[in-house]
Design a binder for this molecule. Structure first.
Ligand code: F0G
Length: 466
């Protein structure tokens, strides 16, 4: 096996396909392996990484000291971990002070899942309201390094909002490809306000993604979808921040939603790097939850012989896409996720699971997270729905240490929220043309009450609900 190591200083871009394994310099504007079309990832040279990081105890201290600093490069929850990132100093970093998101206890959500405790890492508290900002900070910085004029992405709404904001900060043009009529109003409004060229495409997300791959040939354009390995580098820092918040006690389970599978790939990479550097002594089990109508990876996972998958190194060659993905969790309405291999490898190496949950399970879990005073968008609630299922299937024990990663803010999709609580939430199953959408009867609907404009009517409304 020949390796084309046109390596640079700290790291290379390497094809994850074991039979190819080609490597390319960090300045090459590529998104998939030019040799075999495989997925790329950044691979740090271990000697360079070790000399940059030093011993685990001093690295932890250095990161903690930076968190208390007001210098933008330290205050950012991405650039604070810069020795783990493939950029040379001085870094022309683009930041909106991403990361630094809270880790909450969710007692009601825990009870709902039959767990003793459940913590929720809320990546929806990022500057544009979703987890995309950590990766976008790194990807747009790389666009600046490469001298791109325009940053582009296909999106179900959050990547586009994030790209539009970060490209705006960097003074680059942003162009986003969105499936027309399938993006929540809030997410669309963000891309418009941040000044992006919004291209509404007649098709679904997977069609937009195919177009993006064609646009990537133009040297003035930089593709910032999570197929781009620099996005994953920014996104992996959540693993570092999370371990600091856990005082370096490794949780038993980390559970994330799965759409295009970038987030799960990134978390897997982040934890693996911490393990390789000796900052943690084992991997948490990484599990990914998809919506039943858009669950190609969960379907593939169910057919895998786990022993044969050999701890993630003997991956299946192909995955059957879902042709017409359907879910009201529009963020994860994806039938052909581009990073499925990387994500599957991370799940298998950690001993986690990939499962699907129903629309009703997602909707009820979302309302339960809301009752904890936290809230999230529908796609994020797959995590709590999935944890509940994994607990009943005895894949998670009640006394284990479990963290759900919430990926988007509740205000991203308020139409969904009010329809759930007013009892009008329904999904078009597409089973038969002309058939009316199937209603989703939520268990925790909190319907607004029409109350007469006087004190006693209000008090009696309160009394009824006590
Ligand atoms: N949760 C939210 C809120 C998302 O927006 C997405 C993906 C996911 C989960 C799934 O993450 O793709 O890394 O597996 N949203 C993309 C977008 C596709 O365009 O905003 P993933």
């Amino acid at each position: 096996m020949e390796k084309t190591a046109r390596a640079t200083q700290k790291a290379v871009q390497r094809c994850i396909d074991g039979a190819c394994g080609a490597s390319f310099g960090l300045r090459e504007r590529i998104y998939v392996c030019p040799r075999c079309g495989g997925t790329l990832e950044i691979e740090a040279h271990s000697h360079a990484l070790r000399s940059a990081t030093g011993n685990p105890a001093s690295l932890r201290k250095r990161w903690a000291a930076r968190a208390a600093s007001h210098d933008p490069i330290d205050a950012s929850g991405v650039w604070r971990y810069r020795e783990m990132l493939p950029f040379d100093e001085p870094i022309p970093f683009v930041t909106l002070f991403e990361g630094n998101t809270p880790l909450y206890h969710g007692p009601r959500s825990a009870r709902y899942c039959a767990l003793d405790d459940l913590r929720l890492k809320h990546q929806g508290c990022n500057p544009t309201g979703s987890f995309k900002d950590t990766g976008m900070s790194a990807a747009i910085t790389q666009a600046v390094v490469l001298g791109a004029k325009t940053a582009v992405c296909a999106s179900t709404g959050n990547t586009s909002a994030s790209l539009a904001a970060y490209a705006g900060r960097a003074g680059l043009q942003a162009a986003v490809l969105l499936p027309r009529g399938q993006i929540s109003a809030g997410k669309l409004a963000q891309s418009l306000d941040y000044g992006a060229l919004v291209c509404e495409i007649d098709g679904n997300f997977d069609d937009c993604m195919r177009l993006i791959q064609e646009l990537g040939d133009d040297p003035s354009i930089y593709v910032a979808n999570s197929i781009n390995p620099f996005r994953i580098e920014g996104q992996k820092t959540v693993a570092f921040e999370l371990m600091e918040q856990c005082l370096w006690q490794v949780p038993d389970h980390i559970v994330v939603p799965g759409g295009n599978m970038g987030n799960s790939s990134a978390l897997g990479k982040g934890f693996q790097e911490l393990l390789d550097l000796g900052l943690i002594n084992r991997l948490p089990k990484l599990s990914v939850i998809q919506a039943e109508g858009a669950a190609p990876v969960a379907r593939l996972f169910a057919t895998l012989d786990i022993e044969q998958a050999e701890a993630g190194d003997n991956l299946p060659a192909a995955m059957a896409p879902v042709e017409n993905p359907r879910t009201l969790a529009t963020a994860i309405k994806i039938g052909a996720p581009v990073s499925w291999k990387k994500a599957l490898r991370a799940v298998l190496r950690s001993g986690g699971e990939v499962i699907a949950v129903t629309e009703r399970e997602i909707a009820d879990a979302k309302a339960m997270i809301g009752r904890d005073g936290i809230g999230c968008e529908p796609g994020s609630a797959t995590t709590v729905a999935g944890i509940k299922k994994l607990v009943s299937a005895r894949k998670i024990r009640a006394d284990e240490n479990v963290i759900a990663v919430l990926t988007g803010h509740m205000l991203k999709d308020t139409d969904y929220v009010s329809q759930y609580h007013r009892g009008t939430l329904a999904i078009d199953t597409g089973a038969q043309a002309g058939r009316s959408p199937q209603p989703i009867h939520g268990a925790f609907a909190n319907t607004p009450e029409r109350v007469a404009a006087n004190k006693s009517a209000i008090l009696s409304a309160m009394e009824k609900r006590r």
